[in-house]
Design a protein around this ligand. Structure first.
Ligand code: ATP
Length: 841
């Protein structure tokens, strides 16, 4: 006998319960298998992409070999495929920027009347002693200081000559913070891919995202580490090195192909060679039209000379110089400062800014430095126009490039003539011989075919100013394999591959009879639409803007990807992390099963509680609520800095919350299911499994909501503590069945428990269902149980707020608990949005 009931169910109900348990167990296994299958699918897709990339890289390196035999200039080793030239650039001009901060000792000036500009396509550096205001300057330019009440910023910002708020350019601005904020649970490649997906313009195709990711891997030399999980060596002992992590941090911004890129000390933590390589790559990105501004400390000489412009800030935020890097030394020499022999100019300038120079190298009194420099710059803010060192003057560079192009053309023509003198069009077999003649190496069939397709493809559709990048570096989409290739197309392609733009190639005249002859053929081939041909008609095919390709960033302002893309990214990210943290989940599952078994054993065998007793529901539900709410704390607290960073770049917060919460629902459903299963099997309550489980599902829904709300609104360190208190107060005190009579009296207390206690609703669901389906026989009940049964039933059924339906307590409880859980999710959203605002700018 068990409180007036025998502890076994009607066989039909028992069978139903068993079927339901098996179905839910199978569903759990299915969920885990689906996660695994998704993981395998993405891996397989990445492997296919890697094979494709290898084919393209082999082709590129063959083409590089041809060029390196022909070119007189140093060649780039990597061709950008996804990060393309900017058709719209942004020059950033600032005028009279003054910035003050409220401190204990009053208002302090941090930046003092800064004026100047950062040119589009230039790599600029901000240098200065510690505390001179470099970071503040970048914060002002990126708009981070404008919303902070402690700071006052005055002055104007002009974009391409027009007064604008920086907000206008926000979607195309990249900012690399000094601290390495990355997704630690994802691989290097996934980090970059998701960043590109979230921040590239809406509608960017997946193939371009993949190419951008490949570019970033190459640029930052992360290819060999691309499938490694970033991790955290400090907390787990596993993961990337500090330098590699730094490069991922930078890669997250480059992946967004920003028009303006700010970097706060990108070289700190990198060895001098890696720093040099990084700055070389940044310079290449700048050449694509980006405006790049970085803070840099003590660059070595070779690195310093790579910088196009430099800003020298002195203590107190005063400007000592802004202008071309190469003019900085002559400028200071003109003022009477002499650089000692074999000194690194960057170090010398830093010494000047700190006033730490040897008097024998200065005609200015040491005591006057650096204040006098600030004053002179204020009076005459011009770097001067002394001639630049030989080899760096524009005309000389231009001549060198001209010679380089001529060399390439001649080289290709010579080798073509070696194989097929007098013939201007070749089939693949003979074209492969030309390729061999150019390099001395036999190209594989794949490589020769790919080159041939690219050459022909480029001819058939190209943009008006720049060649179609996709046609340039991957001819997979070409319509069928071409039969023949022409010399002029081959030369044109090689020049384009060298990085020469379409109009420049069009402007090149060959003076070659073979090509003149072929240009006549072309005219006939191409009909009368060739209005753009030059006299020789060789390179000047009219350039149609291709509609087939969308790989060029043509607008200054971009519409960022919206809710759906961000939701998709968050879901994919969370699924990957879900699978990778399976071990931790299994551990937690064990803890949950242990807690359930412990409670069930006590309820059934030690306290011998009747199965309808509300306190058994209460204890189990509080335990579950506590475990689930603590577990859900990590959903939003574990990588908050990354969230802040992404939010500042336009992450859709609602998509982020929905995506994370959806995948986490799988988690807490599994935990809840195993908890209830273990408890049910041991305690054997007299309800079918599904009816018994429903209140627990709703409790877990509310508890997960508490977890999200706490982690989004309060500091992480307080999370577990607050969760425990809430489970105790909302579940334990305000849901105590013994006290329900006191609470449910129609007054303020009833409203209070109705609104905030979850056990006040979930306990009567199980209790009333239990006594309705299996009414206890009063003649077998001891007096105390009889009294308790009547008291609990009266209290719950007598509650004032109830829906007017059949099984009103049950359905009111379902409605209220769903409302509670949903409201808590709204609170979590508000917390995400409105707390830590200053970090999300
Ligand atoms: N929140 C703040 N409250 C008061 N003063 C501040 C605050 N933030 C910065 N400062 C002051 O502003 C000045 C410039 O700081 P900033 O961080 O921009 O310098 P920095 O040149 O980037 O230094 P470092 O090279 O050491 O990073 C410093 O004197 C600093 O103490």
């Amino acid at each position: 006998q068990d409180g007036g009931l025998e502890r076994h169910q009607d066989p039909k109900k028992e069978r139903q319960s068993k079927v339901m348990i098996v179905v839910l167990l199978l569903a759990s296994v299915l969920v885990i298998c689906l996660c695994y299958a998704y993981q395998r699918f993405t891996k397989g897709r990445d492997q296919l992409a890697a094979v494709e990339l290898k084919r393209l890289q082999e082709t590129d390196s063959f083409l590089q070999k041809i060029l390196s035999n022909a070119s007189i200039q140093q060649l780039e080793t990597h061709k950008f495929r996804g990060i393309t030239r900017k058709l719209q650039t942004a020059t950033l001009e600032f005028r009279d920027i003054k910035c003050t901060v409220k401190s204990d000792s009053g208002m302090a000036v941090v930046l003092d009347d800064l004026s100047g500009s950062f040119l589009a396509g230039h790599l600029s550096a901000i240098m200065g002693p510690s505390g001179s205001g470099k970071t503040t300057f970048i914060d002002v330019l990126t708009g981070k200081k404008h919303t902070d009440s402690k700071w006052t910023v005055t002055g104007d910002l002009l974009i391409n000559g027009e007064k604008q708020s920086i907000e206008y350019l926000k979607p195309v601005i990249g900012f690399v913070p000094q601290d390495d904020t990355v997704h630690e649970g994802l691989t290097v490649r996934e980090n970059i891919t998701f960043s590109a997906m979230k921040r590239m313009p809406a509608g960017t195709k997946e193939h371009r995202i993949r190419k951008i990711t490949d570019d970033v891997m190459q640029v930052l030399q992360l290819e060999s580490k691309q499938n490694m999980i970033v991790g955290n060596r400090v907390t787990t002992g596993e993961g990337l090195s500090g330098g590699q992590r730094k490069r991922v941090n930078i890669g997250l911004e480059i992946a967004a192909c920003p028009t303006i890129l700010f970097l706060d000390e990108p070289t700190s933590g990198l060895d001098s060679n890696s720093s040099l390589v990084l700055v070389q790559q940044l310079k290449r990105l700048a050449k694509l039209g980006m405006t790049i501004v970085m803070i840099i400390h003590q660059p070595r000489y070779s690195l310093f000379t790579l910088l196009d412009d430099v800003v020298l800030l002195g203590t107190g935020g005063h400007l000592a110089y802004i202008g071309p890097t190469l003019r900085a030394k002559p400028y200071f020499e003109r003022l009477g400062l002499i650089m000692p022999e074999n000194e690194n100019p960057a170090d010398w300038m830093m010494d000047i800014l700190c006033g730490e120079i040897d008097q024998q190298y200065s005609r200015i009194q040491k005591a006057e430095l650096p204040a006098i420099l600030f004053e002179w710059w204020r009076q005459n803010p011009h770097p001067g126009n002394e001639p630049l060192p030989s080899g760096l003057r524009h005309g000389e560079t231009h001549n060198l490039e001209q010679q380089d192009r001529d060399c390439i053309k001649q080289h290709l023509k010579d080798h073509w003539a070696e194989v097929a003198r007098g013939i201007t069009e070749l089939e693949e077999e003979h074209f492969a011989k030309v390729l061999k003649s150019c390099t001395g190496a036999t190209p594989s069939e794949e490589v020769a075919g790919e080159i041939m397709r690219r050459v022909v493809n480029l001819d058939s559709g190209s943009a008006s100013t720049y060649f179609d990048e996709r046609a340039m570096y991957n001819a997979r989409d070409a319509k069928g394999d071409p039969d023949t290739v022409r010399l002029k197309s081959f030369i044109r392609y090689m020049l384009a591959f060298r990085g020469i733009s379409a109009p420049e190639i069009a402007a090149i005249s060959t003076g070659d009879s073979e090509t003149e002859q072929s240009s006549d053929e072309d005219r006939q081939d191409e009909g009368s639409g060739d209005s753009g041909e030059d006299e020789e008609g060789f390179f000047c095919r009219p350039r149609r803007r291709s509609n087939r390709y969308d790989d060029v960033d043509s607008d200054l302002i971009r519409t960022q990807a919206g809710f759906c893309t961000h939701l998709q990214c968050t879901l994919r990210q969370s699924m990957l992390t879900f699978w990778r943290t399976m071990e931790m989940k299994m551990l937690f599952l064990l803890v949950i099963c242990f807690a359930a078994a412990f409670l069930a054993v006590f309820d059934r065998f030690i306290f011998e509680s009747p199965t309808w007793m509300p306190t058994t529901f209460l204890n189990a539900q509080i335990a579950l609520a506590l475990l689930v709410s603590v577990y859900c704390l990590q959903v939003f607290s574990v990588d908050q800095p990354m969230y802040w960073r992404e939010a500042s770049h336009g992450l859709n917060r609602c998509a982020f919350l929905v995506g994370r919460a959806l995948v986490d629902t799988l988690d807490w459903c599994l935990l809840m299911f195993f908890f209830v299963l273990v408890y049910y099997v041991i305690a054997q309550p007299l309800l079918t499994f599904i009816i018994y489980m429903w209140p627990f599902v709703l409790v877990a829904y509310v508890a997960s909501g508490w977890g999200y709300a706490i982690s989004c609104c309060l500091p992480t360190s307080m999370g577990a503590f607050i969760s425990a208190i809430l489970a105790f107060a909302m579940g334990g005190i305000l849901g105590l069945p013994m006290q329900m009579g006191v609470f449910l009296n129609g007054g303020i207390m009833e409203i209070l428990v109705d609104c905030i206690s979850f056990t006040r609703w979930s306990v009567p669901m199980g209790f009333l269902a239990s006594i309705e389906m299996n009414p206890p026989d009063p003649q077998f009940l001891p007096d105390t149980d009889k009294w308790q049964l009547t008291m609990y039933e009266d209290a719950y059924r007598g509650a004032h707020f109830q829906l007017d339906t059949k099984q009103s307590v049950w359905w009111t409880a379902v409605l209220v608990l769903i409302l509670q859980g949903s409201l808590l999710r709204v609170v979590a959203y508000l917390g995400l949005r409105f707390t830590n605002r200053d970090r999300q700018i």
